[in-house]
Design a protein around this ligand. Structure first.
Ligand code: ADE
Length: 268
């Protein structure tokens, strides 16, 4: 097929795919607006270790199971919360965030857990707070979109809420004063990153401070539903095949560190 025919076909395909989305209307710009009268926070972790201590500390608890996920509704450190383990990966995470917003009425979302470091400066035990989040494995570039761009949103990186970012960084300083905190991009994909080659591919395409498997899907669901979010991740491994591959060893300590930070945020 010659290049001219190829480009015409690409344009036609793009226009056809655009129609259903255009009919829904583009989402409004997300802003850090005024505080809602009643604040209800959804807290999402992928793994048991990432939510267990939070759920144990909750009071006035009830559990509702939807899509195989146990949504634990109640109070934590005086805050109205729904804490849930979504399971690993972006599909679970997107379903979970949508359910929190539309079924449980949360008006902000915190995603917490562990991540692999993408930056030589950032070590095991350090904390990353998201400025934005991208899906590093999302690629519609053969039909004219930027790598990682979610067609028709005009975006490939979903911005975290400014006030929640600031509160998360403050919480690290207060709840874990010896711990270093970095603010930057979180890269999410349906892969556990464990080779230098995978890590370099993500870095050359998107930059970013850490990689994990849920944050950007939560970010997209929140963006589309005008709900502020932040991702707080503790580094559990170096996301490569170096000697420091340490996920099993550090995962639970890293998750405990995140839980303390989230609790401080909820209490203040
Ligand atoms: N979560 C923690 N470490 C990770 C890694 N290396 N890749 C993807 N998700 C992770």
């Amino acid at each position: 097929m010659n290049q001219a025919i190829k480009s015409v076909m690409c344009c036609m395909l793009t226009a056809a795919l655009a129609l259903p989305f255009a009919a829904c209307g583009a989402p409004r710009e997300q802003e850090s607006g005024q505080e809602p009268a009643v604040r209800r926070t959804g807290v999402i972790g992928a793994m048991q270790d990432e939510v267990a201590s939070l759920q144990e500390a909750m009071t006035d608890k009830s559990v509702e199971t939807i899509s195989g996920m146990d949504f634990c509704v109640g109070k934590l450190d005086g805050a109205d919360v729904v804490v849930v383990q979504c399971g690993m990966g972006k599909v679970n995470a997107g379903i979970c965030a949508f359910t929190l917003i539309h079924h449980f009425g949360v008006n902000r979302v915190i995603n917490t857990g562990v991540a692999g470091s993408l930056d030589a400066e950032i070590d095991i035990g350090d904390i990353v707070v998201s400025t934005d989040a991208v899906q590093h494995d999302f690629d519609v570039s053969p039909i004219g979109f930027a790598r990682g761009e979610i067609p028709y949103t005009g975006l490939y990186a979903f911005p975290a809420d400014a006030a929640m970012r600031a509160a998360a960084a403050d919480a690290v300083h207060a709840a874990a004063p010896d711990v270093r905190v970095f603010e930057g991009r979180v890269c999410s994909g349906d892969q556990f990153i464990a080779t230098r080659e995978q890590k370099d591919t993500i870095l050359s395409n998107f930059g970013g401070l850490c990689c994990e498997m849920e944050g950007a899907a939560i970010a997209q669901a929140c963006y589309l539903n005008e709900t502020p979010f932040v991702i707080i991740r503790a580094i559990s491994d170096k996301a490569d095949d170096s000697e420091e591959m340490s996920f099993a060893e550090f995962e639970s300590a890293a998750a405990a560190r995140c839980a303390a930070i989230v609790r401080y945020m909820l209490a203040h």
